[in-house]
Write a protein that binds this ligand. Structure first.
Ligand SMILES: [Zn+2]
Length: 125
């Protein structure tokens, strides 16, 4: 069980909050210019970070305000809680690098560091 410090209400039990997914996913500047794949990547593709991860939370049974949390996905250690619109306090870049959507080609930043690539069709059959 996590004890989450709401910026408005103070420490509260995890059950009062709802997870809102990855933080800092910028809406595309020109959504009409996106291909179907780019739009799908914006909607559905998220990082699967092992370690420090920026995520959105809402205090749904309290003040009903959204905020960002920097949390370690391995240890569940809450490293920082900060307001929506604020940059990551650890200085890590946004997942999209703050770049235009057309510069995101397939893999999320950091995915290539593990040697992971797109699934191949060489298996099965
Ligand atoms: Zn609250």
């Amino acid at each position: 069980m996590l004890l989450i410090s709401c910026p408005n209400c103070g420490p509260r039990d995890e059950t009062e909050f709802h997870y809102g997914g990855q933080a800092h996913v910028a809406y595309p500047e020109n959504p009409n210019d996106l291909t179907d794949r780019e739009w799908a990547e914006y909607l559905f593709y998220r990082e699967n970070t092992k370690g420090s991860f920026a995520e959105r939370w809402v205090h749904s049974t309290g003040c009903r305000q959204w905020f960002n949390m920097l949390r370690d996905t391995v240890t569940y250690d809450i490293q920082s809680i900060y307001a929506m619109g604020q940059p990551r306090p650890d200085g890590q870049p946004r997942p999209d690098g703050g770049a235009k959507p057309d510069t995101q080609a397939g893999l999320a930043p950091g995915a290539a560091t593990t040697g992971a690539t797109a699934p191949t069709s060489s298996e099965g059959v």
